[in-house]
Write a protein that binds this ligand. Structure first.
Ligand code: ARG
Length: 257
């Protein structure tokens, strides 16, 4: 009788060790890699190198944030909209894509502390006399769909404004501006500066409308995922404190913040 009980005990122990062992392993694996969704068509924040590797300010920042909290980072390119869907469905842990923190988005995702300031700039041909967003009324305006650039144009001229053209990726809008299909493109400041450089001197100019609001970028996680949020905030704080953030910032934007 005693012997049987002991055997039973050993068997139970073995089973529980096996179970917790497996669970533990899975946990450790899931915990070690942070899956990141981005839309890598948004230089200098995220873009794909010739070999397909994703680099840019955001990409370097999130990799360093991962390092700071002892986690690997896997970045996947997807549509801008798909990032939010991916977060919602748990396909990715976080979105890092120059995502502006907005009240609307806060309904479905939680954001880390802000990590970058921006605003919408207007890119127009050099000879254009446009000085503000309002003056674009009646003109053809390109934006990336589902972005804050689209939102401010819709706010100014109505959701169904027929001059508004939404593109899946920002470079396609820039292309259409270049070939004269658009009168202007409205997109994030640092991105406009980057594209203007690429387009060459004397062809396009940047209009900064003082009436447009300042935006702040944050890393988005699924609403209620406090654990991931805490980790990312912790990493962000560390890279800001240890000079890594400044190093990456200087690499992409020079010394002037
Ligand atoms: N900051 C803008 C927004 O949040 C545009 C972001 C677009 N990002 C990108 N990777 N394409 O709506």
């Amino acid at each position: 009788m005693k012997k049987r009980l002991v055997l039973l005990g050993i068997a139970a122990l073995a089973v529980s060790v096996m179970l917790t062992g497996c669970g533990g392993k899975q946990q450790a694996k899931a915990d070690k890699v942070i899956q990141i969704g981005t839309n890598a068509e948004f230089p200098p924040f995220e873009f794909q190198e010739g070999n397909g590797e994703i680099s840019g300010f955001d990409a370097e920042l999130i990799r360093e944030i991962g390092k700071a909290v002892g986690m690997d980072v896997q970045i996947t390119h997807m549509g801008f909209d798909a990032i939010f869907e991916g977060i919602d469905r748990g396909k990715v842990d976080a979105g890092v894509a120059a995502i502006t923190i907005t009240e609307d988005r806060k309904k479905t995702v939680d954001f880390t502390e802000p990590y970058f300031d921006a605003k919408q700039y207007i890119l127009v041909p050099e000879q254009s006399n446009i000085k503000s967003l309002k003056e674009l009324k009646g003109k053809k305006i390109g934006v990336q769909s589902a972005t804050t650039g689209e939102a401010i144009v819709q706010e100014a001229f109505g959701k169904t404004y027929e001059g508004l053209k939404g593109y899946d990726e920002t470079p396609s809008a820039i292309n259409d501006l270049q070939i004269g299909r658009l009168d202007a493109v409205v997109v994030d400041s640092a991105v406009v500066v980057e594209f203007k450089k690429k387009l060459g001197d004397g062809k396009f100019k940047i209009v900064e409308d003082p009436a447009l609001p300042v935006e702040q970028y944050g890393i988005a996680v699924k609403k209620g995922n406090g654990e991931m949020l805490k980790k990312l905030n912790e990493g962000l704080k560390k890279v800001k404190e240890n000079g890594t953030y400044d190093k990456i910032h200087n690499k992409y934007f020079g010394n002037n913040k």
